[in-house]
Design a protein around this ligand. Structure first.
Ligand code: FES
Length: 499
C-alpha cells in the first residue's frame, strides 16, 4: 500500500546526462522546488530542476494535502516566540501562498481537486487540558487577523466534540497531481525537469551540482530537498519526525468537505474526492525518526482502529508515512544558507505544503538581487537569523538527543547479544558479527543482507524502522532502503554493503 496521492502510469522524465548551465539549479521537485521553478521561470530565469526519484514522490506526495494559514504547532506558541507583527507576516504569507496555489492550478489547468474548506480544530474530551490550549489557539488566531469561529460541532461530521475552533476558507488538494501538473507546465515552458537524477556532490562556491551522469553549473543552487544535503549547521537546529497516514473509501456521501484536527489524540482528518469517489484520510502517530521501534504495522493499525471506532471506516485502501523537519523557533529556514551560492528551504514541520509555496516567493525575491535580503518576509525567514531565546530550549534538547544517539546507540549495540536467528523475515536489527556491529535485514525469502550501521552523514548508527522496512538515522533523518541506498535526508552516500 502507498500514499493515496501517488499514481503510477506516467512515464518518468529523463535523467540528467552531460553538462548544462542555468541561472538557478533547483534540487528537489516537490512543492517547494516546483513553486520556486515556476516563479523563477516566469521572471525569465533559466532554471534546471533535478529530482532523485519521481517529481512529487517524496514527502509532498506523502503529505495530508491540507492547506491552511495557521501552523500545526499552534499560533499561540508562535506568538510566544515571535511578536505579533512577525507572526502576522507569517500567517499572511501563508494565506497568500494558498491563493497562489489556487490561482496556479486554475491558470495551468491542473486537475488537483483544489477545494476551499473549513479547518476545524476540536477537542473531544471536555476534561482534557487541550481544551484550554484550544481556547488560547482561538484567541491567537483572532489576534493575528484570522476570522475564527468557536462552537461545539464539527458540521457534517459524526464527532461529538467538547469544543471546536474553526478557520473558514482554508483549502485542501491532491499534492501529487498539483506537482505533476506543474512539472508538465514547466516542461512546456522549456524548463528541464530531470528525474532519477540524484545529487551526489554540491560545490557551493562554484555553484556546481553533480549527479551520477551530469552536472549543472548555476548562479544559485536551491536545495528544495526538505533538509539541506550534506553537512549544514541548520541540521543541528531541527527535530526530525515521522508520521503515518491511512485512507479508506467512504460508503455513501460521508462527512462534509473539511479538514479536522482532533487535538486530544493528535489526529489530522480530511475528506478527499476524486473520480466520483469520496475518501477519508487520517494522519497521526508522530514520533521522532529512528525512534519508532520495530513496531511493524502497529502505527498504521492505531490509525485504522481510531477511524473504525470514531468514523465507522472499513476497508482501508492506502497506508503511507512521511518525514518532517521542525525548526527550533517555529518558523522555517528559507533563504541564503551562508554557503556560497546555496539557498535552502527547510524546517517546515508538518506545514510544508504551504511553506513550500511561500519558499517559492522568497527565493524569487532573493534571486532578484541583494536588495531582496531587505524584503520583510525574507528577513523573517532567513536561515541566518539569530534567535537564541526563541530556539535555545529546542536546540539544546535536539543536540542532547543527537549526542545520546551518537554515543548511547553504539554502547547499546555492542552490549546486545542477539544473533541472526533473532532477525525475523522482513525485519532488521543491529547485530554483532565477528566483533563488529552490522545492520542486518532478513528478506521475506530468508536471505540476510548486512550493511554498515554507520550513517555516512555524521556517523550515527542507523535504526530499523519496522513500519516502513527501512534503516533510519535518528540524528538528522537520513533514511536508507534494505540495500543501503539513500531514500531521503542529508546523506549524500549510501550505507556500505558488507554482505
Ligand atoms: Fe546525520 Fe545520520 S543523518 S548522522
Amino acid at each position: 500500500m502507498d500514499s493515496i496521492w501517488i499514481e503510477g502510469g506516467q512515464a518518468a522524465g529523463e535523467c540528467l546526462r552531460g553538462d548544462v548551465e542555468a541561472d538557478v539549479a533547483v534540487v528537489g521537485a516537490g512543492i517547494t522546488g516546483v513553486a520556486a521553478a515556476l516563479r523563477l521561470a516566469a521572471a525569465g530565469r533559466r532554471v534546471v530542476v533535478l529530482d532523485a526519484r519521481r517529481a512529487g514522490a517524496g514527502n509532498t506526495g506523502r503529505s495530508t494535502g491540507n492547506l491552511y494559514a495557521t501552523v500545526s504547532s499552534g499560533l499561540a506558541k508562535l506568538r510566544g516566540k515571535w511578536n505579533d507583527a512577525d507572526a502576522t507576516l507569517a500567517v499572511v504569507a501563508r494565506a497568500r501562498a494558498i491563493d497562489w496555489i489556487e490561482q496556479t492550478a486554475r491558470e495551468l489547468g491542473i486537475d488537483c481537486a483544489f477545494r476551499r474548506v473549513p479547518l476545524h480544530q476540536c477537542v473531544l474530551d471536555g476534561a482534557s487540558q487541550e481544551l484550554g490550549m484550544l481556547r488560547d489557539e482561538h484567541e491567537a488566531a483572532r489576534a493575528l487577523g484570522l476570522g475564527a469561529a468557536w462552537g461545539q460541532q464539527v458540521d457534517g461530521w459524526p464527532l461529538r466534540p467538547a469544543a471546536v475552533h474553526t478557520l473558514p476558507g482554508q483549502a485542501h488538494f491532491n499534492p501529487w497531481r498539483f506537482v505533476s501538473g506543474a512539472v508538465a507546465a514547466l516542461r512546456r515552458q522549456g524548463v528541464p525537469v530531470y528525474e532519477h537524477s540524484r545529487v551526489i556532490d554540491i560545490d557551493a562556491d562554484a555553484g556546481v551540482v553533480t549527479t551520477p551522469e551530469g552536472r549543472v553549473r548555476a548562479g544559485h543552487v536551491l536545495l528544495a530537498t526538505h533538509t539541506p544535503m550534506g553537512i549544514n549547521l541548520l541540521q543541528t537546529k531541527m527535530e526530525v519526525y515521522r508520521e503515518y497516514g491511512v485512507a479508506a473509501p467512504l460508503e455513501g456521501r460521508g462527512p462534509s468537505d473539511a479538514s479536522v484536527w482532533v487535538r486530544d489524540g493528535k489526529w489530522s482528518l480530511r475528506t478527499h474526492e476524486a473520480d466520483g469517489l469520496r475518501w477519508l484520510v487520517i494522519v497521526g502517530g508522530k514520533h521522532k525518526t529512528g525512534e519508532g521501534g520495530e513496531r511493524g504495522d502497529g502505527w498504521y493499525d492505531a490509525l485504522r482502529a481510531w477511524g473504525r471506532e470514531h468514523l465507522g471506516l472499513r476497508g482501508y485502501s492506502h497506508a503511507w508515512s512521511a518525514q518532517q523537519y521542525a525548526s527550533a523557533d517555529g518558523l522555517p529556514y528559507i533563504g541564503r544558507s551562508g554557503h556560497g551560492r546555496v539557498l535552502v528551504a527547510t524546517g517546515m514541520g508538518a506545514d510544508g505544503l504551504v511553506w513550500g509555496a511561500v519558499a517559492g516567493e522568497v527565493v524569487d525575491t532573493l534571486v532578484r538581487g541583494p536588495e531582496g535580503d531587505d524584503d520583510p518576509l525574507a528577513r523573517l525567514l532567513t536561515p541566518r537569523r539569530l534567535a537564541p531565546l526563541k530556539s535555545a530550549k529546542s536546540t539544546l534538547k535536539e543536540n542532547a538527543t543527537v549526542a545520546r544517539h551518537m554515543l548511547g546507540d553504539r554502547i547499546e549495540a555492542r552490549r546486545d547479544d542477539a544473533g541472526p536467528d533473532d532477525v525475523p523475515r522482513g525485519g532488521g536489527r543491529l547485530l554483532k558479527i565477528d566483533g563488529e556491529v552490522r545492520a542486518v535485514h532478513r528478506t521475506e525469502g530468508g536471505e540476510l543482507i548486512a550493511l554498515s550501521p554507520v550513517c555516512p552523514h555524521m556517523k550515527c548508527y542507523v535504526k530499523w524502522n519496522g513500519a516502513d522496512g527501512t534503516w533510519d538515522c535518528p540524528c538528522h533523518g537520513s533514511r536508507f532502503d534494505v540495500e543501503g541506498r539513500v531514500i531521503e535526508g542529508p546523506s549524500l552516500e549510501d550505507l556500505q554493503r558488507l554482505g
